[in-house]
Design a protein around this ligand. Sequence first.
Ligand code: SF4
Length: 353
Amino acid sequence: MITRYPTKKIYVGNVAVGGDAPISTQSMTYSNTYDVDATVEQIKRLHFAGCDIVRVAVPDMEDALALKAIKEQIDLPLVADIHYNYKLALIAAESVDCIRFNPGNIGEKSRIKEIVKACQQRDIPIRIGVNAGSLEKEFENKYGQTAEGMVASAEYNIKYLEDLGFTDIKISLKASDVERTVAAYRQLRPKNNYPFHLGVTEAGTLFHATVKSAIGLGTLLLEGIGDTMRVSITGELEEEINVARAILKDSGAMPDGLNIISCPTCGRIEADLVTAVAEIERRTAHIKTPLNVSVMGCVVNAIGEAAHADVAIAYGKGKGLIMVKGEVIANLDEHELVDKFVYEVEKMAAESK
Ligand code: SF4
């Protein structure tokens, strides 16, 4: 059982972050934010995949001005991602639920003061998003692009916000490698109680990003560090959420969602299990009810696993059994099994609400 570091609870829209709140998942859209229809469509996809908080890039004024229309059409809390131009944050703060800025590239501290004032007026939090690759010059010159430099930047900016009376803060300390990322979060954790947004930045394509994030974020989660997280993947939107939820689930930090047991396959298999499990994962990714399910390639271990599963498939030659709570409820042709399985899982999830 993981004991989480006690952190302050803040709210990003209606999603609590920190304290006893569940660890939330985040992602970003890749559309041009000013393209309201495309951005809303991507946000809805993320929402369906199980994303809790969505962030959009705000590089120009037309993006900032589109935020109001986007916010009106979505149900997820919306975070505006600001670099360089603090005036975009002032416009964004009128519509969104949180401002994320990178202190290393906002420039004069008086600009951060303006952002803080705008957030205070709307009672929305700020994420201080420190990146190893874009530290303020003073910290980069002193520490280089190290964990120590990231922590020094975060501490400096936390103090700056606190001195302005602003404490609705969450913090991220991202580097593109696991070692610096983990070291930075570990170093900063005992020094304050603000919620942490975890992430390894620019982690690469699905395969490498999954490995890096599972090691880095998994390590931190097992140490009780982390209140919200983003898995950064060069890939499709849903992949970030699927991987993030899997890391939360498999580290024991998230009880909800499906625990899918599937066999590794062997020479006894007589079905296309790889395709079937991939389809099941995709079609059940939105389910948050904690359920144990198993999908096994033959009867050798299927019956034993199914006895402990809420819903199970035991494949045979061209046919298979659907089992619910250890009882066989259907004997179907192979092409009917996934549909019936997903139906039973959705039904059980709906009934347990
Ligand atoms: S369940 Fe059957 S097919 Fe799957 S690994 Fe075990 S013996 Fe092989």
